[in-house]
Design a protein around this ligand. Structure first.
Ligand code: ZN
Length: 380
């Protein structure tokens, strides 16, 4: 089946030394790893921050060719590419984050323009300065032809308290996204409790899902979804821990409305699937558990769960879409929705952008017509 992988990351093959350029540290530095290096990262790069090792990446994080080879191997037709969240740079001086964002966005846009036209980009913005962010958003959408942006689960600020996604200062950015039709992928980063979870990769395993739940709750309780009814938002990693704690969250909303139901008039359940209506927002499918995915589909509706693999990182799904493919209890119609249909709607695109997808949909319609008992309406 045609696959659009909504959640993948890509870095430029090389980057300026931003710490030297701006005169202060904290920025990621990329240094190449020789092609004949005996390790697993030959031809890739070391990522360091102020000389400290952050992560090594393989060539498929930096270059299109190995990605395209993997896409062939995995039968993924389209990747939606965004930067690696460590590059957000919200903690820095806004004018410097803008410069880094422009560099990253120009690079992603160039990859997307190059044949064979298999990549769609989400840009990054200096969210700590909404005016600068809106300017770069307009450039991403109008000049670079992007489908939207990727933002953090909260916004660090230089020398000031973090912003959650409910902050009034961010509303102008969301308004501009709605106006420009920009899709927003919310990705966890700068994980809460990181300093208290030094072992066992817990910032990634516990902190990231909590960060994403924080972002979902911030946008619901802050009234962001109510204020911007046409804003399209997708939360990474299956919405983090939010879908699995919605019962507790609603109980808090009902039992202590004086604390919780201050800026949001609707029960948090009303943002999830109900009576045939899909959820108010999207999540990706990166949950690595068939039962978790079944639950997610029930909570969100299949129209709001989109294939996302977190390629090319080790916590990603090694064969994007393989788990969906393997699930005997999902109909072909549902699989098509998860593997491409939900991403299309999130991105504000239609199938006619992709001839292969058009052909798949035509064939599916013909099959459905030839088996009267298995129509699209009863396909679930
Ligand atoms: Zn990711």
């Amino acid at each position: 089946m045609f696959k659009i992988d909504l959640h993948t990351h890509m870095l430029p093959p090389s980057m300026p030394d931003f710490s030297a350029k701006f005169g202060y540290g904290g920025w990621v530095n990329l240094s190449p790893i020789a092609a004949d290096d005996p390790g697993d990262f030959a031809g890739g790069a070391h990522m360091t921050i102020d000389g400290n090792h952050f992560r090594d990446v393989k060539p498929n994080c930096l270059h299109a060719e190995p990605r395209l080879r993997d896409m062939e191997l995995h039968n993924v037709q389209v990747q939606v590419v965004s930067t690696v969240p460590v590059m957000f740079g919200y903690w820095a001086k806004p004018e410097h984050t803008l410069e880094v964002s422009r560099f990253l966005n120009d690079d992603l846009a160039e990859r997307c323009r190059a044949p064979p036209d298999r990549f769609i980009a989400l840009g990054t913005l200096p969210m700590q300065d909404p005016k600068l962010a809106i300017g770069e958003l307009e450039r991403c959408m109008k000049d670079l032809g992007m489908a939207g942006i990727q933002i953090g689960s909260h916004i660090e600020r230089p020398g000031a308290p973090d912003w959650n996604l409910w902050e009034p200062e961010l509303l102008d950015v969301f308004a501009a996204c709605q106006e420009l039709g920009a899709a927003i992928l919310v990705h966890p980063w700068d994980m809460m409790g990181r300093d208290q979870m030094g072992k066992y990769w817990l910032p990634w395993l516990v902190g990231m899902p909590a960060e994403t739940a924080r972002a979902v709750c911030a946008m619901i309780f802050g009234g962001v979804f109510d204020r911007f009814p046409n804003l399209r938002v997708c939360f990474a990693h299956g919405g983090g821990s939010f879908p699995y704690t919605i019962g507790r969250i609603e109980h808090g909303y009902n039992s202590r409305p004086d604390i919780v139901a201050v800026d949001c008039e609707k029960n948090p359940w009303s943002y999830l699937a109900d009576y045939g209506q899909p959820a108010r927002f999207w999540v990706d499918s990166a949950v690595y558990s068939r039962n978790a995915l079944r639950y997610l589909i029930a909570m969100m509706d299949e129209r709001r769960v989109a294939l996302g693999s977190d390629y090319p990182f080790p916590l990603g799904e090694a064969m994007p879409g393989a788990m969906v493919d393997s699930m005997y209890d999902l109909t072909d119609k549902t699989k098509r929705q998860l593997l491409s249909g939900s991403a299309l709607e999130f991105l504000g695109m239609t199938a006619d952008a992709f001839p292969g997808l058009m052909e798949e949909q035509r064939a599916a319609r013909e099959r459905a017509a030839s088996f009267p008992t298995e129509t699209a309406e009863t396909g679930k």
